[in-house]
Design a protein. Structure first.
Length: 233
């Protein structure tokens, strides 16, 4: 599952950039996470020559532009300087590029432990292949770390105890909360919007799309951070 979370280089509003982990389970988490993240490969798809090449299926390509790549690299460097611990950094030697290709918009996957609260990586989505891990000891610390940003689209709470999930999930400031599995936009019949300062609007389809921009039943208001639409006749 970890490599799939890096689809599109985590340049999407439903990316999972922060992992909040119980301290006493951190060794078990790393045993699953690190081998998976070490398999990630990025580059140009035309640089893969043979079908049996282990790089034949690259995981992602560049970020949106070179300026964004530099922003991410600067944020990572600053976080480490202020005390974050680098747990994983991809090697440029593992990438696949064309001869003479401009690689300034490529960012190797990075994982940081406990970025400082002063770092944007602590509270904001990086929109790039940068993971952060925060260790907690109590449920209150868990919720505080998961709600560090001002709203989110998706979140996941992984616990074998259903009662724990039911108790904590309502306090997670995200539009969709999964139980042990990532959430996404969902299908066309599933409502999707934002909370807080997360994305303002909604991906909806079919009947929900019509309801979002027209007058529905009296007094009805769709949940989430939807913009104010002019009601159509």
């Amino acid at each position: 599952m970890i490599p799939k979370l890096f689809d599109y280089g985590k340049q999407r509003c439903t990316a999972y950039p922060r992992f909040v982990v119980q301290r006493h389970l951190f060794d078990a988490f790393l045993a699953a996470y690190l081998p998976a993240v070490r398999t990630l490969r990025l580059g140009h798809p035309l640089a893969v020559e043979k079908p049996d090449d282990p790089y034949a299926e690259l995981d992602f390509g560049p970020v949106i532009n070179a300026a964004k790549a530099k922003e991410l690299q600067d944020q990572v460097a600053e976080a480490i300087e202020r005390g974050a611990v680098p747990l994983h950094r991809g090697s440029p030697a593992d990438a696949r590029f064309l001869d003479g290709q401009d690689t300034s918009a490529y960012v190797q996957p990075v994982t940081l432990l406990n970025p400082p609260s002063s770092s944007p990586l602590h509270h904001a989505e990086p929109f790039g292949p940068v993971d952060t891990i925060v260790l907690v000891d109590t449920e209150a610390e868990l919720l505080a770390a998961m709600n560090a940003s001002n709203g989110a689209l998706v979140a996941t709470l992984s616990t074998d105890d259903r009662a724990t999930y039911e108790r904590l999930a309502p306090h997670i400031r995200a539009f969709k909360v999964g139980h042990g599995r990532p959430r996404s936009r969902g299908d066309r019949d599933e409502l999707f919007g934002g909370h807080g300062a997360s994305w303002r609007g909604a991906f909806v389809g079919g009947e929900l799309l019509v309801r979002a921009v027209t007058r529905g039943p009296a007094g009805e208001r769709l949940p989430g951070n939807f913009p104010e639409y002019q009601l159509l006749p």
